[in-house]
Write a protein that binds this ligand. Structure first.
Ligand SMILES: Cc1ncc(COP(=O)(O)O)c(C=O)c1O
Length: 390
């Protein structure tokens, strides 16, 4: 058996054809393919506007900038996430307010959010993470979901859906709930553009502002400058913006990937369901908890938690899996443990009991469309041989 990597890109569609079209057009940077990608993605998730950029980090930064986050503003974020979710708040001079997550789902729950809002009534926004591709509880009939609470407390909701495409809550796609939702198309994400990201929103002012700020704060986009009658040099700079636009070469890959998004999701679900069934009788691990129907989950990650009474520690388990030819990863060392956030905000580990418990034992197993059945079988056999030695 050759090494089974933790992640692998699937590129079986029209990527080459669409890239060739871009190369033949002679225009490599942002224009027609990017616009088409934005339109198709917006249609897919059911929103009016989309702004494609060169990373989810850029998307989060622009979304927070567009809603007016600035120096001194507090923004609520879960600790169990990648640093990008919080660092963008710092880019703008704001302060992340970290919350714990629920054990089992690794999600911020409405109860956790409500407590954070009560403790920090001045907070202007929340960046919600759909951890591992699982949608958080967005709405309830009684108005107690996360989106409901944000409306009730008049706090902006920005979603970090880096893991969550395509994912649904109720009959709507993630992307259509908050003020803006940010997606990642980094190479290991559910669909990829190589590097890339996108803001999906129903609010025109967010998309308009993000499109100006993704290209230096210039009031006309590059394609418009070179195709319209108005001279290309006649433009205004309305703010000191950034250089975050998505080039057409990347959008071409994204258009091909979009056609496969649901097929990829189903293939990842197949891996997850196999693990759920085959690993359910190992007493020394906790499996991830799926709160909704599995077909609404994007299944970007399959994180298990190795309990303290297991025969090996999490780190030894990872080393043994590697020795047996299986790649794994850890999502995440929580942000309250990272020296910058920990020291700067004087955070206390005891304020994050669930994240602490998850962090001590968490390890993610491979989940991707091309994992063959015999590889999945080998992975579960290996997990059992390490955690349930005869
Ligand atoms: C939860 C989360 N948010 C944001 C990002 C940043 O995505 P990107 O690499 O596209 O900037 C990542 C990347 O891994 C992520 O996992």
């Amino acid at each position: 058996m050759s090494f089974i990597p933790f992640a692998k890109v699937s590129m079986a569609g029209k990527e080459i054809q669409f890239i060739q079209e871009v190369l033949d057009s002679g225009w490599l940077t942002t224009s027609v393919k990017t616009r088409t990608f934005e339109e198709q993605f917006a249609d897919y998730v059911g929103v009016k506007y989309a702004c494609a950029v060169n990373s989810c980090t850029a998307a989060l930064h622009l979304a927070l900038e567009a809603i007016g986050i600035g120096p001194g503003d507090q923004v609520i974020v879960p600790t169990m996430t990648f640093t990008a979710t919080a660092e963008v708040i710092r880019y703008l001079g704001g302060h992340p307010v970290f919350t714990d997550v629920e054990y089992g789902t690794c999600l911020m729950t409405p109860e956790i959010l409500e407590k954070a809002i009560n403790d920090h009534p001045a907070a202007k926004a929340v960046v919600l993470v759909h951890y591992g591709g699982q949608p958080a509880l967005m709405n309830t009939p009684g108005g107690e979901g996360i989106a409901d609470l944000c409306l009730k407390h008049q706090i902006r909701l920005i979603e970090d859906a880096a893991h969550a495409f395509p994912a649904r809550f109720g009959d709507r796609f993630i992307g259509s709930f908050g003020d803006a939702t940010c997606f990642s198309f980094y190479a290991n994400k559910p669909i990829t553009t190589g590097e890339g990201g996108l803001i999906a929103t129903n609010l025109e002012f967010i998309c308009k502002r993000a499109k100006v700020m993704r290209l230096h704060g210039i009031d006309r986009d590059c394609w418009d400058r070179f195709t319209s009658q108005k001279p290309a040099w006649e433009y205004d700079v309305i703010a000191p913006g950034f250089k975050y636009n998505m080039p057409d070469v990347n959008a071409a890959i994204g258009l091909a990937q979009l056609e496969k998004a649901e097929t990829f999701r189903q293939q990842r679900q197949r891996c997850a369901m196999f693990y759920m069934k085959e690993l359910s009788n190992i007493p020394v691990i906790d499996l991830p908890v799926c709160i909704g129907p599995p077909e609404k989950h994007a299944w970007h990650l399959f994180p298990i938690v190795i309990k303290p009474d297991a025969p090996v520690s999490r780190n030894d388990y990872i080393a043994l899996m590697t020795q047996k030819g299986i790649g794994t990863s850890v999502h995440y060392k929580p942000l309250h443990r990272m020296s910058f956030y920990h020291d700067f905000y004087r955070l206390d580990l005891s304020d994050f009991p669930n994240a602490e418990r998850i962090w001590q034992g968490t390890v993610s197993l491979p989940v991707y469309p091309e994992l063959a059945d015999h590889e999945l079988q080998y992975i579960v056999d290996t997990v059992k041989s390490i955690l349930m030695p005869a």
